[in-house]
Design a protein. Sequence first.
Length: 205
Amino acid sequence: ASSGEGAADVLPPELRNVGAARQRKLAEIAQMTIESQRAQIRRQEEGLEQYRKLLAESRETLKREKEIAAAEADRLNERLYQLQQGDITKHHAALQKLDEAPEPKPAAGHDMSADQVDELLMEKDEVIRTLQMEVESGAHELEALRIHLQDQIQSNESLSAELEAEKQRVEVEKQREPTPQMSQLVTQLRAQARKKEAELGRMRR
């Protein structure tokens, strides 16, 4: 050991300076490599974690939207049924009332005037027009509800398709998650980083 140190002592100062500068340069390169590898590992881990969170949030949002759409479809179906039943009952009652109404008869010994007959006919026509308007109004409301229900069903189907596509993307992403090979690569990178840190420590002694 003393002979080696003695040989190093007899080297000219400029050669000793060149050797020290080269060691410093190698140490800087090693440090930069270590930092680059560490940054690469951090980016991979952070990217995977962020993507997992986004996938979880997306799945939860789609699930809530699908539940809301299904509840709305059930509500509209119930409303449609109630309207249909209510209209049927109401129209039957009105028609029955018309059928059961007694025919107008003139008083004994008197004939009905033309004006009275016209008035009775107008009253009956008014009842019929009112029923027709109610039927048309109910039909319009039923049609609007039918269209809205159809839109909700299509929206529900679309959400189901999106959720299925999201599930497939999750399956694809699972294949991209750290595999044994990728984990081995990360382990190797970390081992290389530790090795270069050790080499750097020896250079600085």
